[in-house]
Design a protein around this ligand. Sequence first.
Ligand code: HEC
Length: 105
Amino acid sequence: MKLITAIIFPAMLLGAATSALANPFETGNALTGQKIFDEHKCNSCHDKIMAGDGNKIFTRITRKVNTPDALIGQIGMCSGNVNAHFSNQETQDLAAYLNRYYKFK
Ligand code: HEC
């Protein structure tokens, strides 16, 4: 039992430390991002493109976004699709939310 604790506990600490350091959208709030995403019906088009499940556009093999910067850029482009002008903060919030799919570190 002690041995298991000795292995698992440091591993948990390490995991927490790396995920805290690794977030490229540190200033973004994923919950706020999700709200913005839903309010603007971001998936309305993606749903059509992906035959029902718009979220799959973020994980498809041929996805376009492969870096944190590209994600910020694509959010900028797609904001035009919903006639929105997102602030830097809102863009970071959206990126923090979408990173649940991209998992950029
Ligand atoms: C008018 C339709 C439309 C709306 C609304 C829309 N998008 Fe998109 N989105 C697209 C299209 C088209 C693509 C690119 C598909 C392609 O080129 O294969 C795309 C792709 C993306 C991608 C990249 C997916 C990948 O391949 O990695 C992201 C991220 C994204 N959209 C975010 C958003 C966000 C955030 C919103 C809401 C603010 C939004 N989109 C609203 C049409 C739309």
